[in-house]
Design a binder for this molecule. Structure first.
Ligand code: C5P
Length: 202
């Protein structure tokens, strides 16, 4: 199955990561969390590097770092993500990943709209800001990061606003995307809905 691409876009903490990993495992496809690219650039900016230079010199090994999962890096990621030159520097890597033989799942914000407009299946995964903040709060608490729920909710909302309002590649569902609202779904139900949509397109 050469170049069969599935895109899964949506706002922060909507369940894209869980869903993408499950879908990739189900179909035996490779998975790219494109948010990690922006997080890796954001982490380099926190360390003092220029954002555009960091994006242009990014190495796949930079993505393999647990410290990219912190709230500070998430905010830095959404700030560098508004810079058109940063986004441009990351396009090629994402497109070649998407085109790999054997199928690929890409999750992020603009995978179905900008990176892979011809993807075989496009999903837009969302949930209310409160539900997403609750999930992120539980995830961070599990890692020993002790932010208050209110802080996590404010972070999620700030990141949503920045992602939706930016001029280049804003967060928006592709016209031909299937939206899955996970607010009231179990993980199993969300996975079943995604798998059914993909099966129908194969
Ligand atoms: O998905 P994740 O929360 O790891 O993404 C971190 C940030 O990277 C997002 O808030 C967004 O600003 C940016 N991003 C993006 N385009 C993508 C993936 C992530 O702008 N395809």
């Amino acid at each position: 199955m050469t170049g069969f691409t599935i895109t899964i876009d949506g706002p922060a903490a909507a369940g894209k990561g869980t869903l993408s990993k499950a879908v990739a495992a189900h179909f035996g496809f490779a998975h790219l969390d494109t948010g990690l690219l922006y997080r890796a650039v954001g982490a380099k900016v926190i360390a003092g590097q220029d954002a555009v230079e960091a994006a242009q010199s990014l190495d796949p090994s930079d993505l393999d770092d647990d410290s990219l999962r912190t709230p500070d890096v998430a905010q830095a990621a959404s700030k560098v993500a508004v810079i058109p030159e940063v986004r441009a520097a990351l396009v090629e890597f994402q497109r070649s990943f998407a085109a790999r033989a054997g199928g690929a799942v890409l999750d992020g914000r603009d995978c179905g709209t900008v990176i892979c407009p011809d993807a075989a299946v496009k999903l837009f995964v969302t949930a209310s800001a409160e539900v997403r903040a609750k999930r992120r709060f539980a995830e961070l608490s599990g890692k020993g990061i002790e932010d208050s729920f209110e802080t996590v909710l404010a972070d999620v909302k700030a990141r949503d606003a920045r992602d939706m309002e930016r001029a280049t590649a804003p967060l928006v569902a592709a016209q031909d995307a299937l939206t899955i609202d996970t607010s009231d779904l179990t993980i199993e139900d969300a996975i079943a809905a995604a798998v059914a949509a993909i099966e129908a397109a194969r």
